[in-house]
Ligand binder design. Sequence first.
Ligand SMILES: [Zn+2]
Ligand SMILES: [Zn+2]
Ligand SMILES: [Zn+2]
Length: 91
Amino acid sequence: MSTSPGRPGPDPHLALVRPVLPRSDGCEECLKLGTPWVHLRLCLTCGKVGCCDSSPMRHARAHAGSSGHVIVRSLEPGESWRWCYAHDQYV
Ligand SMILES: [Zn+2]
Ligand SMILES: [Zn+2]
Ligand SMILES: [Zn+2]
């Protein structure tokens, strides 16, 4: 696996992206646990909603680590950027 920081080019993980819809209105795990979140991220492979790295539980990153679904999109109003958790970069 090659990581070349700063080098432009399509992220190979974009192959994981599927046409998904959010499966819940909030972080699925936080809704179950009753824990708060700061911002929401949408898994672009399966549609799971998780919380961001500023949230106490960081469920979006946990989902990426356990499932291999490393590409997420911001679910915040007006934001449409995507993030790769494997490369820790915008894609
Ligand atoms: Zn990547
Ligand atoms: Zn969460
Ligand atoms: Zn997923």
